[in-house]
Design a binder for this molecule. Structure first.
Ligand SMILES: Nc1ncnc2c1ncn2[C@@H]1O[C@H](COP(=O)(O)OP(=O)(O)OP(=O)(O)O)[C@@H](O)[C@H]1O
Ligand SMILES: [Mg+2]
Length: 261
């Protein structure tokens, strides 16, 4: 499969400067349907900066971002959301006073304006129930989100993002605060999500595309189909987990940091 053909989200030649610092220098990235794409690199490599460019929080000085064929480089975040982009945050962002079920329902309603009344209601109930089942949240549906431990909070956040029926999902350090068992569970769900046919209106028939920015190397190597590596604002490698682990430039970049082997 040529990544170019199936890229749902792509960034081309992205450059970002903070004063004199080249945080990103002509970086390319492709996020394809039915794939988990990893974005890794040592501290300060530019991962969060690129993530923010994709999400519309930061405008690049050069380059363009495309979503499903549209040039979205100058679109604000909410417009990207309506076009099928969903994201999670490194710090949990939930409605802490609402229950788990209410959090998911509110997200569905925000993403489907006008469908709250009448015919939209059965769809809403069904989607929220499906999401809670997939993520193992049924038994805590009535618990207040703000009282949950981080691991469950992350699942609720993922559920909220999925209830918007995205075509592309951007995940920022989703394993932070999770223990080993929870991380394994999270990994299984990510693989399942991209393998499934979508239920939504965006790109009918195309599975979800996921971009994973993550420090946990074991998770990245287990779950990603393809990985892009940044170092000092440049893309130094792009390939399968095996290719990345064997890449001398990647090993050199990580020298003295996390072991990529
Ligand atoms: N708002 C900002 N103002 C000035 N410099 C910034 C700003 N944001 C990031 N930088 C710098 O840009 C470079 C890239 O930072 P970025 O946060 O994108 O890296 P990262 O790969 O996400 O790192 P980490 O793994 O530590 O999260 C770093 O040198 C950082 O210090
Ligand atoms: Mg970062």
């Amino acid at each position: 499969m040529a990544a170019e053909d199936s890229a749902v989200l792509s960034a081309r030649g992205i450059s970002v400067r903070f004063g004199g610092l080249h945080a990103l220098d002509e970086v390319d990235l492709e996020v394809a349907a039915g794939r988990v794409t990893g974005l890794i690199g040592p501290n300060g490599a530019g991962k969060t900066t690129l993530f923010n460019v994709l999400g519309g929080l930061l405008e690049p000085v050069a380059g363009s971002v495309h979503l499903g064929g549209a040039d979205i480089t100058t679109w604000p975040p909410h417009r990207r959301g309506r076009a099928g982009m969903a994201r999670t945050f490194q710090r949990l962002e939930l409605f802490t006073g609402m229950t788990v079920e209410e959090n998911l329902t509110a997200s569905w309603e925000a993403a489907h304006p006008g469908a709250i009344f009448g015919r939209g209601r059965p769809t809403r109930k069904q989607r929220v129930a499906e999401m809670m089942e997939l993520l193992g949240l049924e038994r805590i549906a009535g618990r207040t989100a703000g009282e949950l431990p981080t691991g469950l909070g992350r699942m609720v956040e993922l559920g909220r993002a999925l209830c918007a029926d995205p075509r592309v999902l951007l995940l920022d350090e989703p394993s932070s605060g999770l223990d080993v068992g929870e991380t394994q569970h999270f990994a299984r769900i990510l693989r399942q999500l991209v393998a499934e046919a979508p239920h939504n209106g965006h790109d009918a028939g195309q599975p979800l595309a996921i971009l994973l920015v993550e420090h946990d190397m074991a998770l990245v190597m287990e779950v990603c189909h393809v990985i892009t590596v940044l170092d000092f604002g440049r893309r130094i490698a792009c390939g399968s987990p095996d290719q990345i682990q064997g890449d001398p430039a990647v090993r050199a970049a990580y020298l003295g940091e996390t072991d990529v082997a």
